[in-house]
Structure formats: structure tokens, C-alpha cells
Design a protein. Structure first.
Length: 298
């Protein structure tokens, strides 16, 4: 917990320093934008962290997930027992386990911390996958939690939000001053139009960076699933996932943490949260033994 707090504070400090350097390069006095820096940090990180804090509640509400408090049948009992054993092996507190109604093969993990999380599987997954494959998917999601992916994504998004807010307005002020040399007073209407366009442009680049990290963490979660359940089970689960890959009824706030992602080619791949299935399978097949060897939950 203290490590997370330190990381958050250090990230904020680094962002402010870097933004000050950028302003100096652009010939802008950082003191003139001190209020903007504070506002950008509050809104940039505040929105991301607020979304993180309510992520578990929002996921339950938006998917209609049924949390298994008392298993009603053998299948629910198996889900709870498997997640419990994997959580113990991964060194995290037992997540809540839930089932949500959806036709596609999918699952997701969310929550504000490693010890306050939710792992949910779709009814489509329970119908289409055997126990070995489902075990690997659960290991993938438990690995997301153990890796702290939800917190890391929130921090990265906060950094990117802060950069977008500040840079759009700083660059907008520079451009507006250049175009309106003889104008007196504050920025005109053109400034706000420029900032609006720059917000979209910088936001686009920020999304590319965030999605790159999202794809990277999927490889790590696959390797984690292989360690918890076995490499062959994880590969078989990804192969089975191809039956409905690209289909998702998950809300956008949760899609990045599902095991199934969208399909895209060309430039669209830059905005995908998940790598193509064939790349994920190949990465597992070529991974060194020590990366995918661990406690196998049977």
C-alpha cells in the first residue's frame, strides 16, 4: 500500500517537473501556468483515481454480475475454490468471484487494489470451456490483480490526462500569441478553438500510449495464467477463445481488463487493448520455461 502511495506521489512530482521543462523549451514562464499545472493534476489524476476506486461497484452494476457469496451448485463451488487457490499462490487476498450473463467467451478482473478486487466470468465461457481452460482464464485474471494492473493503468492514464490538459493549453497559447501579435488583452476565441483541436490530437496520441501498455500487460497476464494453471492449459484457453474473439458485451470501462479484445488491422491495431490471439499464443509457446513455470493449480 505504501509503495503504491509513493509511486503515485513520485509520478505526480515527475509530471510537474517534465511539464516545467517543456514550458521552458517553448519559451513559456511556468509560473504563469502554476494554476493550470495544479488544475491539470487534480483533474488528470482525480478522474482516473475516482474511476479506479469505484471500478468494482461499476463493473457489478454495468454487467449485472452475480457475486457468489454462497455457492449454489458444484460449478460455482469450483469457481470459488479455484480462485481461492490461485489467489493464495499469487500472494493476494481472495477476490470476489462473480458470474455475468453474456453469450461470448470472456472474463474480467477489476478493483481498486490487489487486496480488494473482483474476478468475473461470462456464462458463455462456462458453457464453451472445459475446466482446464476455465482454470487458465481464471489464472490470467488473478494475475492481472496480482500484477497491480488496475492501479498501474490508472496512474498511466492520470499522467497522460495531465499532459494532454497542460500541453494543449500551453501550445494553444503559443500559437494564439503568434497569430495575434497585435491583439491586446487575453486570449481570443481562436485560442479556445485551437485548444479544442489540440485536446483531440494529444488525446489521440495519449490513447495510443495507453493501449500499448494495455497490450503489454496482456502478455504478462497470459504468462501468469500459465504459471498458475499450466502453459498447455493457457494455450488451450486462448485457442478456445478464438470461437468468439472480437465479440464483447462488456462496458468500455471494463473491456480493457477482459481476456477477450477487439480485432483490428493496420492503424486500428494501435488502439486495441489486446494483442491478436496468435501473437499471445506464440509468446507463450516461445517463452522460457522459468517464465511460465510455477504453482500449478489442479
Amino acid at each position: 500500500m505504501f509503495k503504491r502511495v509513493f509511486l503515485f506521489l513520485a509520478t505526480n512530482f515527475a509530471v510537474l517537473i517534465l511539464l516545467s521543462i517543456v514550458m521552458s523549451v517553448l519559451g513559456v514562464n511556468p509560473q504563469q501556468f502554476s494554476g493550470l499545472l495544479v488544475m491539470a493534476t487534480v483533474f488528470g489524476f482525480g478522474g482516473s483515481l475516482f474511476s479506479l476506486m469505484i471500478s468494482k461497484w461499476m463493473a457489478k452494476r454495468s454487467t449485472g454480475a452475480h457475486v457468489i457469496e454462497q455457492p449454489r451448485n458444484e460449478s460455482e463451488q469450483w469457481l470459488v475454490n479455484t480462485v481461492r487457490r490461485q489467489a493464495e499462490a499469487a500472494g493476494i487476498k481472495m477476490p470476489e468471484v462473480a458470474i455475468y450473463d453474456a453469450p461470448e467467451i470472456n472474463a474480467f478482473a477489476t478493483g481498486p487494489s490487489r487486496n480488494n478486487s473482483l474476478v468475473a466470468v461470462s456464462t458463455g465461457l462456462l458453457r464453451a470451456m472445459n475446466r482446464d481452460e476455465a482454470e487458465a482464464v481464471l489464472g490470467h485474471e488473478v494475475s492481472h490483480v496480482a500484477n497491480g494492473d488496475m492501479v498501474t493503468m490508472a496512474l498511466i492514464q492520470g499522467v497522460l490526462n495531465t499532459f494532454v490538459i497542460v500541453l494543449a493549453r500551453v501550445v494553444g497559447r503559443v500559437i494564439d500569441s503568434y497569430l495575434s501579435v497585435n491583439r491586446e488583452g487575453g486570449p481570443g476565441l481562436g485560442y479556445f478553438a485551437i485548444v479544442f483541436v489540440l485536446d483531440m490530437i494529444f488525446g489521440l496520441f495519449a490513447s495510443i500510449i495507453a493501449m500499448w501498455f494495455s497490450r503489454h500487460r496482456e502478455f504478462r497476464a497470459d504468462a501468469g495464467g500459465a504459471r498458475l494453471a499450466g502453459r498447455d492449459k493457457m494455450i488451450a484457453a486462448l485457442q478456445r477463445l478464438s470461437m468468439t474473439y472480437g465479440e464483447s458485451t462488456l462496458p468500455k470501462t471494463v473491456q480493457a481488463f477482459g481476456i477477450s479484445g477487439a480485432v483490428g488491422h493496420g492503424l486500428r491495431r494501435l488502439f486495441l487493448t489486446h494483442p491478436p490471439l496468435e501473437e499471445r499464443i506464440l509468446a507463450l509457446q516461445n517463452a522460457p520455461v522459468e517464465q511460465v513455470r510455477g504453482t500449478v493449480v489442479s
